[in-house]
Design a protein around this ligand. Structure first.
Ligand code: AMP
Length: 200
């Protein structure tokens, strides 16, 4: 099972990705997590990425393409993977197609978590305030100001992927504003129907 979860920050991609990993025995790859690990480790990529991430902008395509290419070539990714936060631009999607084609593989589904942006912003800002009140550590890019930019970046650079995958017949859209359990059930339902055969 090879899947992509597509949706703006805070739409619940990570939560759903972790459940899909447990259900299908596939691996999860979050490019955001991989980049944050690189920042923590102080690698060359991490040093380049740090400021870009802190500002809520996208790192250069080739930086994340390399991370994904290496990860999906690992033996434990043979059963499949769920990508969370990649691709985020059309050139990244083109690169992913190229990588998969070279291995004779294809995507099974791209699941779009559709959310209402205004409600989403309120939800995330509420979560940030609660975490602060509890004294929990926040991500550097989890401030309301940076969040606005991350959403703008999503709208401008990532949302075009919805059409990209719709045209390829692999897009499935679920209501990301529902409860975690309801979103999970909708995803499971969408994955039961082969996307290539039944995509609207
Ligand atoms: P995320 O954890 O997915 O919200 O990602 C956090 C940050 O990492 C993003 O705001 C970007 O700065 C960077 N990032 C993660 N994935 C990508 C990607 N596929 N392309 C470019 N930048 C990315």
């Amino acid at each position: 099972m090879r899947l992509i979860l597509l949706g703006p920050p805070g739409a619940g991609k990570g939560t759903q990705a972790r459940r899909l990993v447990a259900k299908y025995g596939i691996v999860e790859l979050s490019t955001g997590e991989a980049l944050r690990a690189a920042v923590q480790a102080g690698t060359a990529i991490g040093r380049q990425a740090q400021e870009i991430i802190a500002g809520g902008n996208l790192v250069p395509d080739e930086m994340v393409v390399g991370i994904v290419e290496q990860r999906i070539a690992q033996p434990d990714a043979r059963k499949g993977f769920v990508l969370d936060g990649f691709p985020r631009t059309v050139p990244q999607a083109v690169e992913l197609d190229r990588m998969l084609q070279a291995k004779g593989l294809a995507l099974d589904s791209v699941i779009e978590l559709r959310v209402d942006e205004v409600a989403l912003l309120k939800r995330i800002e509420g979560r940030i305030a609660e975490m602060k009140a509890r004294g929990e550590p926040l991500r550097e890019d989890d401030s309301p100001q940076v969040l606005h930019n991350r959403l703008k970046t999503y709208r401008e650079q990532t949302a075009p992927l919805i059409d990209y995958y719709r045209q390829r017949g692999v897009l499935r859209t679920v209501n990301g504003m529902a409860s975690i359990a309801d979103v999970a059930a909708e995803i499971d339902g969408a994955l039961e129907v082969p996307a290539r055969a039944g995509s609207p």
